[in-house]
Structures are given as C-alpha cells and as structure tokens.
Design a protein around this ligand. Sequence first.
Ligand code: ADP
Ligand code: MG
Length: 694
Amino acid sequence: MAPTENKTAPLAAPVTSLWGVGAERAAQLARLDIHTIEDLLLHRPKRYEDRRHFKKISELTKDEPATARGTIVAQGLKRFRGGSKSVFEFVLDDGTARLHCRWWNLPFMEKYFAVGDEVFVFGRLVETKPRTMDHPETEVIEGGEESFIHINRIAPVYPLTEGLPQRWLRGAIWRTLEKFERYIAGPQLGRVTPCAPSSETMKRRAEDCAPHQSLPTRANAVRMIHFPEELTDVEIARRRLALDEFIALQQAMQLRRKTFEAKSRVLPCGGDNRLMKPFLAQLGFKLTGAQTAVLREIRADMGGLHPMRRLLQGDVGSGKTVVAACTALMALESGFNAVLMAPTEILAEQHFRNFQKWLEPLGVKVELQTGSHKAVESRGSRVEGQPRRSPSSLVSRPSNLYIGTHALFTSGFDIPNLGLVIIDEQHKFGVAQREQLVRKGNYPHLLVMTATPIPRTLGLTLYGDLDVSVIDEMPAGRGRVKTFVRTADKLPKVWEFIHEKLAAGRQAYVIYPRVEEQDTAKDLKAVTKELENVRRTLAPFRVGLLHGRLKSREKDEVMTAFRANRIQALVATALIEVGVDVPNASIMLIENAERFGLAQLHQLRGRIGRGAHESQCILISSAKTIEARQRLKVLEETADGFRIAEADLKLRGPGELLGREQSGLPQFRFGNLVDDLDLIRQAREWVLTNCAIS
Ligand code: ADP
Ligand code: MG
C-alpha cells in the first residue's frame, strides 16, 4: 500500500497548519485528542440534528428530547441567596408558542445571547406550563455565506470542550473537508460485501441493500459521517470507517505474526511419546475426544517450521490442565525446558502440586518459581559485581518444567533453552506483556489458555494473530451445577440447605464481591464481619477465610486445609475465581451477585461441579431493579459459556467483560466490538488476501 503513504502525509499535518487555528484553539482541540488534520476529520459527531424539519414549540412534549428554533424575545439574569446563586433565562418565540430556557448558576451565559438572536435549542421539556427547558444545548443562528453549513441540512453535533463553540468546530470541519478530502485514501474494498447483517438494525437494513453495491470510499464515508444527506447514511459511513479500523488492526496483527516467524527459528518439540505414554497410562481417566483433537493440533504446531502460537479456549472444568501437561511433555521429551505461568500464587501452587504428582514419577523435575518460592535466580536480584551463574550449568541439567506467576516475567527471571511457554488464564495478562515475554524467551512455542469464553468479536480482535483450539466437551461423570437466583430474604432457608449439605459430607464456598481489583481494607472488613456470621450459622462445621491480603503462606495453609476437608466452608472474596480445583466442594453461595459480571459468575461457579456430586450455586441478589435480576437469570438458564460471554459483552461492554487489567484492548472511534463481528471477519479476510506483508 505504498502509494497511499505520500497521499496521507498532508493529513498528518498539525491542526495549527489550518487557517484560523492558533495556539488557543489547538489547545482546546488537543483536549479532545485532536492533534492532526486527520484527527479533526475523524472527530465523530455525538448526534445529528435534522435542521430541515423542526418541531413547532407548540408541539414539544414533556420529557422528549427535541430541537426547536426561534427568536429570543426576552432574557434576564436573576440572583438570589445574596448573589451566590443565579438563574439565567431567555424566552424563545417561534410564532406558535413560547419556550423558557433556564441555566442555573451559570451567570456568564448572559453574555452569549441578546434579544433578537435567532437560536436552535436542543433539550427536553421539564415543564409544560410554561414550556421550560433546563440547560438545553444552544446554537445562535447567524446569516452570512457559511450559513448553509449549519442550517437547512442534517447538522452534526460534536463533543466539545470548554471554550470551543459548536458552530466554529462544524465550520472548521467543513472547510477542512473541502480542502483535504482528496487526500483521504483507504483500502480498496472491491471484494468486501457491504451490509452483511450483524446487529438487528443491520439485518433490517440489509434488505434495502443490493448485494453487489459497495461500501462508500473512505473519502465519501468521512464526508457522510459529518454531513449525511439522510440519517441512514450515517450507519453506512460508520461501517466503512469501522472496517478501515479493523483492517488496520488486522494488518498490525499479521505483521506481528510475520515478525515473529521471521525472528524465530525451527524449534523441534514434537516429542517422541517417551514421557507422554506413561503419563497418560497413570492418569486414571481417558482423555476426552476434544482433548485428543486439541493435542493433535498442538503436536502439529510443535513439530512445525515456526513456533506454535495457539490460544486454547475451554470452559471451566473442561480439562485444560491435562492438555497443558501433555504439551509440556512434548517439549521436555524434545530436550527443552518449559514454563507454565499462572495468574495467582494459589494457582501456581496448585499446578505445581498436580504436575509434581503427575510428572516426578516420570523423572521430570518440576520447580516452583513464585514470589515466595524461588527455584531460579533472577537477574533482578543478582548482587552487582558478582558473576552470574553461567547458563551452561543449567543447560547441562535434564529438562525442567518451571511453574510460576505472571509477576515473574516482569522481573529479571530467565530460563535457558526455553522451548515452550504456557500462559494459563490469559485474560488476566495483557497482550503487550505476552509479546514482551515471547521476545524475552527468544520466541519459544506459545500456548495461551483461557476459561473465559471470548465472544468472537473480541477473540478476533485480541487474538487475531493466534490460532485457536477449543475444548468443547466436558469430561464424563461430572455432577451438574444447578443455579438459583434468590433475594436476600431467602437467606435463612439457604443457610439451612447448606448446613444439610455439609452434614452430608460436602464442602461449600461462600463468596463476597470485592469492590476493586485488589481487595481493599473496606472489602476486608466486610468479609471478616461476615466470617463471624457464617461461623455461627454453620457451627459445628469449620469455616476458613481467604482473601487477597493474606500472605501467600497463609493462603496456602487455608487452601490445604480446605482441600483436606479440615475446613468445610471457605469464605472468600472473588479471588477464588480462577482455576481452584476441589472436587468435594459442591455448593457455592454468592452474595451481592449483581455486582459481578455474568462471565465472572460463570467462572466462579465453575469451581463446583467438579466431582460426581450434584452441585448447587445460589446467587443472592439484593438488586432493586428487575433488569439486574433478569440479567442473573441468564445463569439459571444456560451453562454455555459462550452465550454467557456474549450476553455479558452486550450488557457491560468489552472492558468490563475482560476485566480492567486487560490492557491490550484497542480503542476504536467507529468500530463496535459488540455488533461488528461481520466487519471484523471481512477485515481479516481482506488482509489475508490483499496484504502479502514481506
Ligand atoms: P480447567 O479447564 O478449568 O483448567 P482442569 O484442567 O482443572 O479444568 O480439570 C478439571 C478436573 O477435571 C480436574 O480434576 C481434572 O483432573 C479432571 N479431568 C480433566 N480431564 C479429564 C478427563 N478426560 N476425564 C475425567 N476427568 C478429567
Ligand atoms: Mg484451569
């Protein structure tokens, strides 16, 4: 796409190169993140006003947002409470009726208007006698040669910042478009079908769209997004601009993949089954069909010409850990070291215990490397001036499996002869961190595992450069998890029920939400207080406490006691969410469930139903609104993680779904990760067929 480069250069010029934009305007624009001419052209209107037709003031109805136009016939500022409070008001007349517009405590508004001015106002009536709007958006109508930009058309209304008038910005964008439209170039989309239906609106629209009609050019789309001829143009333009964003992202991802392939070497890690065979024989169960299929894909990658880059998705409890173990064995059999990274120390330790039990009988050395256990000296902790232990002393040892937390890789930890990195529960780990780690490990095979079913829009956006395997089958013989949503007044009965289950030999989790990503002092107080209640209620059974502020040794002790059934109930913050595996725990009570996302609740309840017992998850919601309780009902109805994740994405948006720790989520001006699956797919296809990046 070389020819577009010099053509786009004029768009990269700073806004100060525009006529009429000085330092002050530039500073205001910068607050809107507009720095270049291109930024200005891509500043997206927040809404549109059809200024070809107006509501008469006499026809305005209460509470309904609408635009009116008229002439100011009176105005005035009233001060009260000794001058500390004020209300500015003008009265607008359009010949059909009068409209009062009020601004509280903004006395300077008086300067902007004069009797006789013609103005647009946008707002909703708060009173009808007399007709009144509070704090409407306004724009003074001026005559002159540029008036056609602002009236008798569908006018864009932009997000503004203090001191920047709507009218000025609209004029500036119009003039900039006139001058620079010819420089706007984008991918030529001959092969892309427009209007492939995704959202409901697009499905409806698709019927009006001839299948061979192409999307507008990028230049046309930019014009249409600012100055559409019909309101329906806006969505067509948005889709074109969104597609361009997705194409740019897919190009970057393909480039990342190509760079990776260019830098990497052949790492023969297909293995010879020397360890795998006995491992599978002593496992005590047969792999599911899905596990076997995934392992076949992984083995092909590990023996291929480029290191593996694979995402493994599988619902909680689908058995990803065994797949990880088999993958590690392939690398170890081939003479390489391997690393498994977990998001928390509890999980790292749990993996460590499992892998030790599984692999040490086979003669494989498994080492734990967390903040509290150190197997390998880290570069960061090396004393200045002391020679570093030479890597060859490590190489000469037989291949090891290192298990650690993500935090390790932000420190100086490094492993020689690294063949494989496995990242468990990827969604706690940013994309940038992942790439940094891969670079640091000198491009080993990479297996990323996640239990959050990722809606496809997000999957293609975040992991577009990874191949995807899915474990879509649960191991046989699992007890089912039944989920119930209950209001807090049912708690006494719920506790009674839990008591019975404990008496029958089961164990239970009692979960309280944390307010922040890290457990805060406030959460801690709440959860500690609850602990006393739970202890009293569940006596004589023993109750333990787990939260993010415990030292890792303390966490370890609690988990060990729970695993050994020395504690029958575990009161915990949502810390427990990832990966913990105690098959005898078959009951989960989640308090204030409405505070969690659906995907997170689904993860949490994945902690039960791991043994043969029928399991129960009880969601207590004190949510006042019916919607909030309706939302939780999704969990009663389905165990399909993908459906839940899609619902969560629609309800809460991508940032919340993935958690605030997710740093890799790109920001789009026009793209919409909830609705644009068809565009994301088209972008990917377009990049794969049109961009041979060499
Ligand atoms: P997750 O995918 O959530 O990480 P795990 O790997 O922790 O799931 O597996 C959950 C439980 O299922 C573990 O106790 C594991 O030993 C067991 N498991 C895994 N695969 C199978 C299988 N094929 N048959 C029976 N049990 C299995
Ligand atoms: Mg797991």
